[in-house]
Design a protein around this ligand. Structure first.
Ligand code: MG
Length: 397
């Protein structure tokens, strides 16, 4: 849902260019980045923020059908209701104008963004939108970092340009719709051709503020840029692994609970909670992968709240923490080391318990049981141990 504290806002994704500079047979906004068309990734960034009631996507007329198909395939159906596909013009200025004309009546604010900048973050989008709301017009830019040289046609340096106060313009560029329409009308009248929205606003004498963008929000124009974007995207999708181990003593007078299952046995595991050693190892693996310490730190055994508690409830809390961090369980492999009782008949039920609590398919959870052939403390039946490894992955944006 659009945010209540922001007025009716729309985004225009400027993907009207037909340039084949990348050396491919498709314009750059249609090339794949990590398997998905750049255009679809960029549009998704804006839809994901939920700030925009409408996202207008401007594409070359010749590629409109292809764009419609790839957006339909990539984006969820409910998001598509907010999409509007529009034919672009010969220049960027004409394309954005076409997008501007297509905005639903009542749209107060618009952010224009290059289709070829798929790595824009929701933080930058929000910063630009808020600055636009406040000032009327705002663009994203980064300070110039390198020393600038002015050279003649023979590449002979004429002078060093003072970079103080110089910024490299990026997108998004935001503006109140009526101001941007006025700037376009004036540019038409004066036959003024600008390279971005801000230049039209400047031409019309409308003040524009800068909000700081990011080096990562670069425009993909050359094959090198695509390789860099691939690398950055992979980094964002990095997986995390974790390992957990636990052991508890077998004692008389306690129920034996493993993987959330009550297992008939004359002995049970000793501990502050239900002493479910299998789930404890699993939880430690999850916390480990998140870089969140261990089970003792989150559920101290000095805390009466956890006295006799079902470890499935502790697991549910840890799963909540995963979601907060935008992580999901890829898969888990758990080994219980137990001489007796025989666990094989119970493994399937344990697996169901864990899968349900984690909200994953059963195939994502594997549980194995082994003995140590009478060797060591587990072999002598003094206790039960468990090992777990997990793999976490970022939840889809
Ligand atoms: Mg334990």
């Amino acid at each position: 849902m659009p945010r209540k504290d922001l007025t009716e806002a729309a985004a225009i994704i400027a993907g009207g260019g037909s340039g084949l500079r990348m050396g491919a047979d498709l314009p750059k906004q249609f090339l794949p980045l990590g398997g998905t068309a750049i255009l679809a990734l960029t549009v998704q960034r804006f839809l994901d923020t939920a700030f925009f009631t409408t996202v207008v996507v401007v594409v070359p007329a010749a590629h409109r059908a292809g764009a419609a198909t790839l957006l339909r395939e990539h984006l969820p159906a409910d998001a598509q209701a907010r999409l509007l596909l529009v034919n672009g013009g010969a220049t960027r200025q004409e394309s954005v104008r076409a997008g501007l004309m297509a905005l639903p009546p009542g749209t107060k604010t618009v952010l224009v963004h290059d289709a070829a900048r798929p790595l824009v973050s929701s933080k930058i989008i929000e910063k630009c939108l808020r600055a636009t709301e406040q000032s009327g017009a705002a663009i994203t830019a980064i300070p110039v970092r390198d020393t600038l040289k002015e050279a003649d046609a023979d590449h002979l340096i004429q002078k060093t340009v003072d970079r103080d106060g110089l910024w490299q313009a990026q997108t998004p560029q935001g503006c109140k719709v009526e101001l941007l329409r006025r700037a376009y009308d004036l540019a038409d009248r004066d036959n003024f051709l600008g390279t971005d929205e801000a230049s039209l606003l400047e031409h019309a004498g409308i003040p524009v503020v800068i909000v700081e963008g990011s080096e990562h929000n670069f425009k993909i124009t050359r094959p090198d840029d695509l390789a860099l974007a691939e690398g950055l995207t992979r980094k964002r999708q990095m997986m995390k692994i974790g390992h957990g181990f636990d052991a508890h003593r077998l004692v008389p007078g306690r129920p034996l609970i493993l993987g959330g299952e009550h297992i008939p046995c004359e002995l049970g595991l000793d501990g502050h909670s239900d002493a479910d050693v299998l789930i404890h190892a699993f939880i430690d693996a999850l916390l480990g992968a998140m870089g969140e310490g261990d089970i003792g730190r989150h559920f101290p055994d000095s805390d009466p709240r956890y006295q006799g508690i079902s470890s499935l409830r502790l697991l549910a809390e840890v799963v909540g923490l995963l979601a907060q961090k935008n992580l999901g369980l890829g898969n888990a492999d758990i080994t219980v080391v137990c001489q007796r009782p025989r666990l094989a008949p119970h493994l399937n039920a344990m697996r169901t318990n864990l899968a349900l609590t984690c909200g994953v398919e059963k195939t994502a959870i594997n549980i194995k049981a082994t003995t140590t052939e009478q060797m060591g403390y587990t072999g002598r039946g003094e206790g039960i141990a468990a090992h777990a490894v997990v793999l976490l992955q970022p939840l889809p944006a």
